[in-house]
Design a protein around this ligand. Structure first.
Ligand code: NDP
Length: 253
């Protein structure tokens, strides 16, 4: 354990907090060089300073990936400065819950823009590099990891558009698998239950309050629990692909 990813380059979106930050830590601990992508550049700089070490280069890339040009530029900078791209973790996401009736429609747009369009922009830009790494990289396999949610499998009232985006992530990932498996670009979907991160800070106050009450009596997952699932996925031998990992807090319904 430790060092399985030496010589590889990973890009993690949403690396400034929560699951993305924990994932960057876990991949760097395995020896991967990591590009950290998010909007809050100060946080990325701090994390980069902490994670960089012998054989591990860490590149903070401040970008709003809902802007396609910025998404493409983030991938290009990663490859230019770190030399390749072996692992892409599409983690950046937003969860804005509430009933369909009376929903602020800008919340739906924000979820579609980040959870789907931005994921597609980064993936499209990364694809030639993932294919190249699968052909001639150190492991001769590359990895796309998409962060979905229990909401990608289980539909609930009050979660319509979040459910829509996360089901979309699952559907895209399965079609991706069928298209690229023979070329050794693996794809894995991770579906976390409730994780203690900043995700719920963006909810409207009345929705946040209802969520907080539901979560009050439950011990949630830590971001590191999900990072561990991602680490497991991307450190399998070349002939093994873990397509899906569903990780819930033990006490979650
Ligand atoms: P956080 O809110 O802590 O992290 C979200 C990350 O996305 C931040 O780093 C944020 O950085 C980044 N981000 C937001 N908007 C943009 C943007 N426009 N461009 C680039 N980066 C952006 O939440 P989590 O860590 O919990 O969420 C990560 C993923 O996990 C999401 O896809 C979420 O849906 C999923 N998930 C989370 C669960 C949970 O209970 N926490 C459960 C199931 C799934 P910045 O603001 O600096 O740009």
């Amino acid at each position: 354990n430790g060092g399985d990813l030496r010589g590889t380059v990973a890009l993690v979106t949403g690396a400034s907090s929560g699951i993305g930050e924990a994932t960057a830590r876990a991949l760097a601990a395995e020896g991967a060089s990591v590009a950290l992508v998010a909007r809050r550049g100060d946080r990325l700089e701090r994390l980069a300073g902490e994670l960089a070490g012998p054989g591990v280069r860490v590149l903070p890339v401040e970008a709003d990936i809902t802007d396609r040009d910025q998404a493409r530029a983030a991938v290009a900078r990663t490859v230019n400065e770190l030399g390749s791209l072996d692992i892409l973790v599409n983690n950046a996401g937003v969860m804005l819950l509430g009933p369909i009736d009376g929903a602020p429609i800008d919340e739906w747009d924000r979820m579609l823009d980040l959870n789907l369009r931005a994921l597609l922009s980064v993936t499209e830009a990364a694809l030639p590099h993932l294919l190249h790494a699968a052909e001639s990289g150190p492991r001769r396999v590359s990895d796309l990891v998409n962060i979905s949610s229990t909401a990608g499998r289980q539909v609930k009232r009050g979660s319509a558009v979040y459910n829509l985006t996360k089901h979309g992530v699952g559907a895209f990932s399965e079609s991706f698998r069928q298209e690229f498996s023979r070329r050794h670009v693996r794809v894995g979907v991770v579906e976390p239950g409730a994780v203690d991160t900043e995700l719920r800070d963006h909810l409207r106050p009345e929705v946040r309050e209802a969520q907080a009450q539901r979560m009050a009596s439950m011990e949630r997952l830590q971001a590191a629990d999900i990072a561990e699932a991602i680490r497991f996925m991307v450190t399998r031998p070349r002939h093994a692909m873990v397509n899906e990992l569903l990780v819930r807090p033990t006490e979650q319904d």
